[in-house]
Write a protein that binds this ligand. Structure first.
Ligand SMILES: Cc1cc2nc3c(=O)[nH]c(=O)nc-3n(C[C@H](O)[C@H](O)[C@H](O)COP(=O)(O)OP(=O)(O)OC[C@H]3O[C@@H](n4cnc5c(N)ncnc54)[C@H](O)[C@@H]3O)c2cc1C
Length: 481
């Protein structure tokens, strides 16, 4: 059964991207078969499906791929992120720990050219995702944060990699109109996109590639038989291979649970204010991030709204069931508009009084290192997983698609054997300890971020707990996983 695609109640990106009169893909009904069944139709699932189709086509095969999606494709984080397409050079040390130097350089270059490839893919497929080559400034909003990037820059320089250029307070002020940033580094390759238009465009492309999509079809049971079976309320798919790309909802898979902490990020947008942004000198580029452990980011949209975003929000509870629980906890308006406003006050005081026209939030699947995980379930080699994008999925999911396609198609290549293919780490304790512990760590991080801005030292406990922060946008933690 198909139904008109719901627009109300969704965030602004999807509201702008869904054309009135559009219909959802059908629900899964009856007992069907597929070569490969992907559970989760966000960016990771869609790129995986497209990549499998591309590979199969190149090898003269007719691989039948089906996506089973609980909501609509893009209804999760992929349709409500901040649209920042960032290279992963800021995580080089962690990449190197998993992949070795050569592997880290190769993957770093892959992630670094993701923006180019996205632009090309959108042009080929006729997707107007409002791609803008804005560049990214990673800066410091207090003296303590100046040089947060130094270790990363010097680590990269040892390998003759120089993706960043130092920028001064004056240059940042000239480029952005914000005088709050004391210094920073600039990556010219970064881009911004319209997340709703991107993910819905990729969904259309997947359908054109011949991917079968079933929406409003939450998986209710994963039968670990051989071959595995994905069951929904009204149907099932028996597939040679199953690929799980469920982001935060991976918590429902016991084997995957211990490697991610689910914690929301929150975004807001103002009304369209082109004259004000023009006056400030921030009508477009660059996008910006500070050096807090709970990062704040700023960008502008194609229709000239100011879009601040913050991390460190609602914490997911780790024993949710399929298709509910974590999902329900991340719908609707942000409950942290006051925190977003405080962050704007600090990073962009000239825009602090602007009212927010809308706000939203969504789940982030944070791993300890900030890098995603791929592989097969330890006891079920036909069931693969790809998750843990840690708030950095826009540039990394196209590469995730290549890795997961190679794994699902049984190919031995640089992707299926890269160091990001690894078992889920047993990093986090079971509930309810994890939930309570996560709140303590979150409180400590907030305290440390606040004290840094007052040039005060945190005590031993705050320092220790804040040191347990999972990876995010800029972390370079060398801890494995
Ligand atoms: C507010 C916010 C801002 C962000 N900003 C950025 C940014 O600027 N740049 C960046 O790179 N990244 C950003 N991210 C992260 C980025 O959005 C994600 O990393 C990326 O979208 C992950 O894609 P995914 O396919 O893994 O997840 P999702 O898009 O969440 O897809 C997972 C899908 O699985 C489905 N699902 C779950 N359970 C089931 C089930 N039982 N059966 C069937 N389907 C199921 C869900 O409905 C969902 O559609 C942000 C995220 C948020 C929330």
């Amino acid at each position: 059964m198909t139904r008109p695609t719901r627009i109300e109640g969704r965030g602004p990106w999807l509201r702008e991207a869904i054309t009135p009169g559009e219909f959802d893909a059908p629900e899964l009904e009856g007992d069907l078969k597929a070569d490969i069944c992907i559970v989760g139709g966000g960016l990771a699932g869609l790129w995986t499906a497209i990549e499998i189709k591309r590979q199969a086509h190149a090898n003269g095969m007719a691989t039948d791929v089906a996506i089973v999606e609980a909501d609509i494709c893009g209804g999760g984080a992929s349709g409500r992120n901040s649209g920042m397409v960032l290279s992963q050079w800021a995580k080089f040390a962690a990449l190197e720990a998993f992949c070795g130097t050569d592997g880290a350089i190769r993957l770093g270059q892959d992630f670094g050219t993701s923006a180019d490839n996205l632009e090309k893919f959108c042009a080929e497929q006729g997707i107007d995702a409002e791609f803008r080559r804005d560049g990214w400034i990673w800066g410091a909003t207090c003296p303590r944060h100046v040089g947060s990037w130094s270790g990363i820059v010097s680590g990269l320089a040892k390998h003759d990699l120089r993706p960043f250029r130092e920028v001064s307070k004056d240059e940042i002020a000239r480029q952005t109109g914000s005088t709050s940033f004391l210094s920073g580094i600039h990556d010219p390759t970064a881009a911004t996109i319209h997340p709703g238009k991107l993910v819905r465009g990729i969904r259309r492309a997947a359908l054109k590639f011949g991917v079968r999509i079933y929406e409003n079809s939450p998986m209710t049971r994963l039968e670990r038989s051989s071959p595995p079976v994905v069951r929904t309320a009204k149907g099932s798919i028996k597939a040679q291979r199953v690929v799980l790309t469920m982001n935060a909802w991976s918590l429902a898979i016991p084997e995957l649970r211990s490697a991610i902490l689910v914690i929301a990020s929150d975004d807001a947008v103002t009304e369209s204010v082109p004259e004000l942004l023009e006056k400030l000198g921030y009508k477009a580029k660059p996008l910006m991030g500070d050096s807090q452990l709970f990062v704040t980011g700023f960008r502008t949209t194609g229709n000239h709204r100011f879009n601040p975003g913050i991390t460190g929000g609602v914490i997911g509870f780790g024993t949710v069931g399929f298709g509910n629980g974590a999902g329900d906890r991340f719908e609707g308006k942000s409950m942290r508009e006051d925190v977003i406003r405080a962050c704007v006050q600090r990073g962009y005081p000239a825009l602090a009084e602007l009212p927010f026209a809308d706000s939203w939030y969504g789940p982030i699947d944070r791993t300890r290192s900030g890098l995603p995980l791929f592989g097969a379930l330890p006891t079920h080699p036909e069931i693969f997983y790809g998750y843990g994008f840690s708030g950095n999925g826009v540039a990394t999911t196209p590469i995730a698609g290549r890795i997961l396609a190679a794994l699902a198609l049984g190919q031995r290549d640089e992707y299926s054997s890269c160091g990001l293919v690894r078992p889920p780490e047993r990093w986090l304790p079971p509930e309810p300890i994890r939930y309570v512990g996560a709140h303590m760590v979150r409180a400590a991080i907030k305290r440390k971020d606040a004290l840094d801005h007052q040039s005060r030292n945190p005590g031993l406990i705050v320092r220790g707990l804040a040191g347990l922060a999972p990876g995010g946008i800029t972390t370079s933690r060398v801890t494995k996983n």
